[in-house]
Design a protein around this ligand. Structure first.
Ligand code: GLN
Length: 213
């Protein structure tokens, strides 16, 4: 995908980590909303980027590729400095403080104080769709879940924006958070980039616009 031209002043440039998984869909939604968006594969690609998206895919593979590309350390530094980030599905796992049912060598950024369980919704319902009432949105969001993680613990500073009632309840929980926010970090269990509904990307761009102000 071609790099977008330098963004005009005031227009944020969002880097979508494109080592593996569904990056192009995020780039398309962000551009349709008027943001600049580029695919990020190397630490140098992060220069000039105001925010990042970590897409869905396979978090163990992404963790490995982030390390071999040198992006892990570069991103960790930027996140620690307060750069806004949006993680969807595998991206949520990568931003979490704690990963349950992860691989022992899998790393995460700890950018949001949540514990997530990989593949939590169980085999029979590995993939499903649901209309999810979402804080800040007038109408529910039609959410697509694909071998999705759920959130099993949230820290005090984490705002839960959406929950679902899982048909299995391995954790004993009646409801589980699937969209959370803490400061400049937004994470979803589901894939807002796979539907025509851009409202969650709008929430993120709003966060990017107000970050640091
Ligand atoms: N199950 C995947 C993982 O653990 C996430 C699935 C997804 O991103 N759609 O990384």
């Amino acid at each position: 995908m071609p790099t977008s031209p330098a963004t005009p002043q005031g227009v944020p440039l969002v880097g979508v980590v494109a080592l593996q998984g569904a990056a192009a869909e995020h780039v398309a939604v962000l551009r349709s909303l008027g943001a600049g968006a580029i695919e990020v594969r190397t630490p140098a690609d992060l220069d000039g980027v105001d925010a990042v998206v970590l897409p869905g895919g396979e978090s163990t593979t992404m963790s490995h590729l982030l390390r071999t590309s040198g992006l892990f350390d570069a991103l960790e530094q930027r996140l620690a400095a307060g750069m806004p980030a949006f993680g969807t599905c595998a991206g949520m796992i990568l931003l979490a403080a704690e990963v349950l049912d992860g691989r022992p060598d899998q790393r995460s950024f700890g950018a949001i104080d949540i514990s997530v369980r990989r593949n939590a919704f169980g085999r029979q319902v590995a993939s499903f769709e649901a209309d999810v009432p979402t804080a800040g949105l007038d109408e529910p969001f039609h959410a697509v879940f694909i071998r999705a993680p759920w959130v099993e613990r949230t820290g005090d500073d984490v705002e839960v924006l959406a929950i679902v009632v899982p048909s299995n309840s391995a954790s004993g929980a009646d409801v589980v958070p699937v969209l959370c926010r803490s400061g400049p970090i937004l994470v979803s269990s589901f894939h807002p980039e796979l539907t025509a509904d851009d409202r969650i990307h709008r929430i993120f761009l709003e966060m990017v616009a107000t970050a640091g102000t």
